[in-house]
Design a protein around this ligand. Structure first.
Ligand SMILES: [Zn+2]
Length: 304
């Protein structure tokens, strides 16, 4: 991003999320636990997830950055933005840290959009290669947040089957799109263009947030998907077009991505698409069989 002079974007230091903002999603005892663990120098939470002395501060900034992004999108009426912070958030549940995640940044941001701006419809697309179990659990019974997730299956954390469509009032508002290892630009691109973008056009969210992990990149060591930089840019273009049609701002919140050069290159490929004054023109993307299958499943809840 530095090499590209940040594409001329304004850069803002992430503020700390407040206790009140975190409490929209997280139990107070969970926040206390992370704070105390960090204050004591850190320690292991599970096999993947350890806190160090700086974790609490970093996690507050990561959640606060996502909240500030929403303020920019809904308060200052900016069309698009990125919160590029770690630690990631989408595995964190209301009262549980896991999978490198402490606070669920995108969930706090979505809840903040509702609480502060009275937004009634938020769509979250999670394209991290792992299922966003925390975001899914937090909004599972909630019809105001439509959670779509494209994730490799089977893979950590083992949740997110296609037949799970949410519960209670939130039935139909969870859209799981599991894909096999080896899936690449064609599969992911088609699922975004032919499944998620029609949902945006049909449902008309007032805000679209992306849990933007880059671990589905072909160079990533933690998973088996095969996306390229162009694939990430293509998915961004599909979202930009759909969001422009329903006048919804679009914000990306960084999640995973463990091949750092690939993450950087993907970000550099998608930011110009995200920030383009005019959304890119439609692409002739073949409808992948997985997209056909997903739309047949969704037909029960959504008329395309
Ligand atoms: Zn991931």
């Amino acid at each position: 991003m530095d090499r590209h002079d940040w594409f001329g974007w304004e850069r803002v230091e992430a503020p700390r999320a407040t206790r009140a903002q975190l409490s929209l999603v997280h139990a107070a005892a969970h926040v206390d636990t992370i704070e105390a663990l960090s204050a004591g120098g850190g320690g292991a939470i599970d096999l993947d997830t350890s806190a160090v002395a700086g974790t609490y501060e970093a996690a507050l900034r990561a959640a606060g950055g996502a909240v500030a992004l929403v303020d920019a999108l809904l308060g200052a009426r900016t069309a698009c933005g990125v919160s590029a912070l770690r630690p990631p958030g989408h595995h964190a549940e209301a009262a549980r840290a896991m999978g490198f995640c402490f606070f669920n940044n995108v969930a706090v941001a979505a809840a903040h959009a509702r609480a502060t701006f009275g937004v009634e419809r938020v769509l979250v697309l999670d394209w991290d290669v792992h299922h966003g179990n925390g975001t899914d659990a937090i909004f599972h019974a909630d019809p105001s947040v439509l959670c779509c997730s494209i994730h490799e299956w089977p893979l950590y954390p083992g949740t997110g089957p296609a037949h799970d469509v949410g519960s209670g009032a939130g039935e139909g508002f969870t859209v799981n799109l599991p894909v096999p290892a080896g899936s690449g630009d064609a599969v992911h691109g088609s699922l975004v263009e032919h499944v998620v973008a029609p949902l945006i056009r049909g449902w008309g969210p007032q805000l679209v947030l992306v849990s933007a992990g880059f671990d589905a990149h072909r160079a990533d060591p933690l998973a088996g998907c095969r996306l390229t930089e162009a694939g990430f840019a293509g998915m961004t273009g599909s979202l930009r077009r759909a969001c422009a049609e329903v006048d919804a701002p679009l914000g990306l919140v960084l999640e995973g991505g463990y091949a750092v050069e690939a993450l950087a290159a993907s970000m550099a490929a998608l930011v110009p698409v995200l920030g383009a004054v005019e959304p890119p023109g439609p692409t002739e993307l073949e409808v992948h069989p997985l997209a056909v299958e997903a739309n047949e499943r969704l037909g029960r809840w959504w008329s395309a």
